[in-house]
Design a protein around this ligand. Structure first.
Ligand code: ATP
Ligand code: LTN
Length: 342
């Protein structure tokens, strides 16, 4: 996948960025490093839309009250992480009905075989074996709709979403092949592996860190208190060696080095030098401390935002209005192409 992130010059239309996150719990350090931190950086040069994707969240059974609460807190969290509703369009997916409308059309241009190959579907259907619903299966065509609805050029996501993004590109190319140039074929912006593209679980570093993990020790939530964060890092599973270096079979240490590197911009060689002669204990505390430092301003801003629900509501209502207005251009074009009467 190409990662062409060259901004446009001022005379051209700015390239469009779209990304989403599910309100399935409090965001983890993985969501932050792998995705949201990069959303913030892109706002200066691109025309960005960011969405709390609650339609995707119900592919796994949710408690309605908890979903409502998580949707609002997720919205506040993206603002706390730096998304500026004056610069970017920040909205809640279910407020813009064209997402579901386009998703239905795209379902009819997506093959059963393609959806069957999605690793997220295989993982989630093993995890939620008593609820393998059609929405879980067609999740990627809704994600394709999110992206293609806005003529998106670039999609910043963590490495786990690469396969879904490739499917979105295939769907766009297939549709364009039949009807002419309707969709822009998007590129991904995926951090490099040493920049936190895939932050791993602190309890099983062969698995990705996930906000819906039932073991809360496996992830750092971006709202965790400093002492909880330090405790979680101290309890992180590592190997039985003692020197801090990157290597095969050292998934736990490799993961901590990845987090430390992503937040300090130090290379792995520099980290090895810094901790030469020191044990894992010192290193784990150091990683915990840089994480606390990074998260402190986000936590303060989040607390402040949550005291002003009227402001949050104003932002997400305006965001949805702007998003919907943009989406009609492509939605209308699609309706016309497939033969729906105006
Ligand atoms: P769930 O546990 O409910 O499946 P999740 O924690 O995997 O959720 P998503 O809402 O599916 O989070 O993902 C939001 C964004 O965060 C996506 O861009 C995804 O690639 C990124 N992301 C999720 N987990 C990680 C991780 N461990 N490391 C890096 N990026 C991640
Ligand atoms: N499937 C993504 C969330 C998501 C998304 C999107 C990301 C839904 N729609 C559009 C980028 C663009 C995930 O992180 N699990």
């Amino acid at each position: 996948m190409s990662e062409n992130t060259t901004p446009t010059t001022q005379t051209e239309r700015k390239k469009r960025v779209f990304s989403g996150i599910q309100p399935t719990g409090v965001f983890t350090l993985g969501n932050y490093i792998g995705a949201i931190r990069n959303w913030d950086k892109l706002q200066a040069d691109y025309d960005c839309l960011y969405s709390i994707v609650n339609l995707h969240a119900i592919t796994v059974r949710q408690d309605p009250q908890a979903l409502k609460k998580n949707t609002l807190s997720s919205y506040a969290l993206i603002l706390a992480c730096g998304i500026d509703p004056q610069k970017s369009i920040a909205f809640i997916q279910s407020h813009v009905p064209t997402h579901s409308q386009l998703a239905w059309v795209l379902n009819c241009y997506t093959q059963f075989g393609e959806l069957s190959r999605m690793t997220q579907f295989k993982d989630k259907s093993a995890k939620y074996a008593d609820n393998i619903n059609a929405g879980l299966f067609t999740y990627p065509s809704l994600m394709a709709a999110d992206i293609l609805l806005y003529g998106t050029d670039l999609v910043p996501v963590g490495a786990d979403q690469k396969q879904h993004l490739e499917l979105a590109r295939d769907i766009a190319n297939r549709f364009n092949g039949i009807y002419g140039n309707v969709f822009t074929v998007p590129d991904g912006i995926i951090p490099k592996s040493n920049e936190g593209a895939r932050v791993m679980s602190l309890q099983d570093p062969t698995k990705k860190m996930s906000k819906s993990d039932t073991n809360t020790k496996s992830f750092v939530s971006i709202l965790d208190e400093p002492n909880t964060i330090i405790k979680k890092f101290k309890g992180a599973v590592t190997d039985s060696e003692a020197s801090v270096h990157y290597g095969e079979g050292k998934d736990g240490i490799n993961n901590l080095m990845g987090i430390y590197s992503a937040l300090t911009s130090k290379t792995f060689d520099e980290i090895e030098d810094e901790f030469r002669g020191k044990g894992y204990g010192d290193f784990k505390v150091a990683v915990g401390e840089v994480v606390c430092e990074e998260l402190k301003p986000i936590q303060d801003r989040y607390k402040e935002l949550m005291t002003d629900k009227a402001y949050l509501e104003k932002c997400y209502r305006e965001g949805a209005e702007k998003a919907e207005a943009i989406s009609h251009r492509i939605m209308n074009k699609v309706n016309k192409k497939v033969g729906f009467i105006d």
